[in-house]
Structures are given as C-alpha cells and as structure tokens.
Design a binder for this molecule. Sequence first.
Ligand code: PEP
Length: 248
Amino acid sequence: MRKPFIAANWKMTKTIGETEEFINAFLPMVKHIGDVDILIAPPFTSLSTAARLLKSSNVSLGAQNVYYEEKGAYTGEISPGMLLSAGCSCVIIGHSERRQYFSETDEIVNKKIKLARKSGLDVILCIGESLEQRESNRTFEVLENQLGGSLRDLSLDGITIAYEPIWAIGTGKTATKEQANEAHAHIRGWLRKNRDSADTVRIQYGGSVKPENIEELMSQPDVDGALVGGASLKPDSFAGIVTGAAKE
Ligand code: PEP
C-alpha cells in the first residue's frame, strides 16, 4: 500500500563535476526500477546540473534545506520558489545536523514545512533521539514532542517522516530492525491519534543504511524506505540500496 521511498542526502559533499559523474553512472543501474520512489538531495550548487541530468528519469531531485520566508534580506538563505525553479520537488527539513549545528528548533522546522508545503514542495521531516535520550528511556517522548512541534497546524499531505536516531547517523551503528520498527510504529500510532491519513504516510529509517541491511529493515511492516547519507555517495552502493528496497 505504501510505495518504498529511498532518498540520498549528500550533505556537504560533491562538486558539480562529481554530481555529474555520479548521476551518469547511477541512472543506468536503476532505470528498470519502477516500484520504488528514488530521490537525490545534492548540495545547492549541484541542483541545476542534477535537474538537467535527472530530467525524464525515474529519479527525482530534492534539496537539503530551505528557509521560511519567500524572499528578502536573508543572506545565504534559499526560498522554496528558488528550489522549485531549480527543479526540486522535495526538501529535507529538520535534519539532526541542522538541529545540532544550526540551532533549528521544532518551531523553525514547523515554519519551514509550512512555507515549503504552501509553495508545492514535498517534505521529508527528520526526527530522532540522541543516545542519551534513548538510554534514559525518553525516545518516545522526544519523538512525540518533535512531531507535535514540527507538524503544528499541518496535515500529512506531501510529508514523509524520516526516523533517524542520532546515535546511528554516520556512526556505522544501525538500529536493529526491531528498534526501527518499534519507533516507526510509535510514530504511526501518534499520527493516527493526531492526524488523518496516518496509514498512507511513509516513514523512512535513516542511520547507517547500506546495501547489506536494507532488506531486513524493509522487511518491517512500518518501515517504508530509507534516508541514506554515507552509503548514497557511491553509485553502486546507493543502487544496491534501491534494488534491495525493490525486492520486498
Ligand atoms: C543522514 O544523515 O540522514 C544519514 C542517515 O546518514 P548515514 O546514512 O551516513 O548514517
């Protein structure tokens, strides 16, 4: 019922030339795959090049961040309209690195999602607990607070949730399939209680996903895809994840 959705978050890696090289190698590897939604989110500087290369392919283009104003004196920021004009259909909002290094709060995340959705961009909303929060049994409370704050006055239309336990991001430590599904089921339970269409919203897992673990993660009933950092940087590795997700 929910189509698998695999997204690449390249973070601050890849020049324009490296983007071109990746996409030229990657597209032939996944062109036969129709039953998985595939998205690449390169840095802003690579968006136009990526948009040109991905045109008419089965891979869509996303951005890693957006601002909550349409235009004005906000040096260094990028608006939803700019992302749309560069060819993006989606934007990642609230990644833990943005929360940690750039002080993004749930309130800011909420404002960003509101303008992105109003402008016609789909959104991947990232939430997840730190190791300390998990170890003090506060995971569910943290997730509920993030959902409540980030989704305030919003429907789930056009929104994918990415559950990314911070302790699993870029560490090589993946949540077990049981830990991932438990968190996803809790998120879906909260959405069911508080929003319509909780059964159709897709919940991606993020945190050291690789070709070797995608199939077991995707075997879980509430895991609908993945948001992938490190393992999305090499065409064969990201293609292996997409192919693994297609098997279920
Ligand atoms: C991420 O940053 O969203 C992520 C999941 O990274 P990694 O796959 O490298 O853990």
